[in-house]
Design a protein around this ligand. Structure first.
Ligand SMILES: Cc1cc2nc3c(=O)[nH]c(=O)nc-3n(C[C@H](O)[C@H](O)[C@H](O)COP(=O)(O)O)c2cc1C
Length: 324
């Protein structure tokens, strides 16, 4: 699961972890400075059982990133990932994110500083290039330089980022996807782990990429249709098929929701990540609408979720009767 700001927060990850025990989950990007100086528990805390879990950091100061990586490792994250793919103007003004693709030496220093600070893996998520970069030579140079300090896993979003002129959203859609470029990278550097990201929507597509790639990272498709993840352990990792039904997943969320509400969390902060659970299923619209409206009301509790479940279940039963 890809790192996604405002989306892959700790509640989202607790939900996703019920769907798959094996897929690697990423946090949202956190700036190293916020981790070092900010409210740590709020930023880094997570419920147990989210492993394998990667903390994604942004930044361009070696000392700050090293400190943040150490704090993350002490918090129990399994891996630290450096963001070299985010093109937002806020990110560029701090000279980090995708802008680092223009600075292989600095990126190598950042990775080196983090690796010295922690014993868990430090990995990089990048693009195939930015702006007018040559996606052949410049990407090879970047990867070789960063790999030379010991980074062994790169997750490559298979499109360029345009640092000016495109919004972050457009930068996830407009520059064309070039999976072949990522495959060529793997062929040239078979010693490295290369994962591909960008535009992957189904597990069938994952299987295709999996013939050449070490990993596949899904973002929007899995967030909007989280039930995709229920087949990952079996279809991608070859585990026995123990996937829960949607109903079981909702029921399994209830104790988590209860605990979080008792700690003062608002129901909608959790349920907003669950809206897509019934996508393309009978009752999907009712599920989404009930949760969207009711979970925002003052005092909303776990009953809202159980009512939404009862509603969707009755619609599904009706639909099943009609079919039979
Ligand atoms: C709402 C949103 C927030 C994102 N935030 C981050 C982020 O914090 N760090 C990052 O590396 N990429 C971020 N991305 C990019 C995704 O990780 C991913 O690279 C991109 O969406 C392409 O994959 P997809 O086509 O499977 O969604 C974000 C994407 C979205 C949609």
């Amino acid at each position: 699961m890809a790192p996604m700001m405002d989306w892959t927060d700790r509640h989202c990850r607790s939900f996703m972890r019920l769907l798959t025990t094996r897929a690697v989950l990423y946090t949202e990007m956190l700036h190293a400075r916020a981790v070092v100086h900010g409210k740590r528990e709020q930023l880094l805390g997570f419920a147990s059982g989210q492993s394998p879990l990667v903390l994604q950091l942004g930044g361009s100061e070696p000392d700050e990133l090293a400190q943040a990586a150490k704090i993350g490792a002490d918090y129990g994250y399994d891996e630290i990932n450096l963001n070299v793919g985010c093109p937002s103007s806020r990110v560029q003004s701090g000279n980090f994110g995708a802008a680092l693709m223009l600075e292989p030496d600095l990126t190598a220093r950042l990775v080196e500083a983090m690796r010295e600070a922690v014993s868990i893996p430090v990995t990089v998520k990048c693009r195939i290039g930015v702006d007018e970069q040559d996606i052949e030579q410049d990407l090879d140079r970047f990867i070789d330089r960063v790999a030379s300090v010991g980074c062994e896993h790169f997750i490559v979003h298979a499109r360029k980022a345009w640092l000016s002129g495109l919004s972050p959203k457009d930068n996830r859609e407009v520059p064309p996807l070039d999976y072949d470029r990522v495959y060529r990278l793997k062929q040239r550097r078979p010693d490295l782990q290369i994962s591909v990201n960008g535009g992957i929507e189904t597990l069938a597509q994952c299987a295709q990429h999996g013939k050449l790639m070490d990993g596949m990272m899904l973002g929007r498709a899995a967030y909007h249709n989280p039930f995709i993840l229920a087949c990952v352990d079996h279809q991608v990792y070859g585990e026995e098929d123990l996937a829960m039904t949607r109903t079981q997943i909702v029921e399994a969320m209830v104790p988590y929701i209860d605990r979080e509400l008792a700690n003062g969390v608002r129901l909608s902060s959790i349920t907003r990540h669950m809206l897509g659970l019934y996508l393309n299923e009978p009752g999907a619209r009712h599920w989404r609408r009930h949760l969207s409206v009711e979970a925002c009301l003052p005092g909303a509790g776990v009953k809202v979720v159980l009512d939404a479940l009862a509603l969707v279940e009755s619609i599904r039963e009706e639909a099943a009767c009609r079919v039979s």
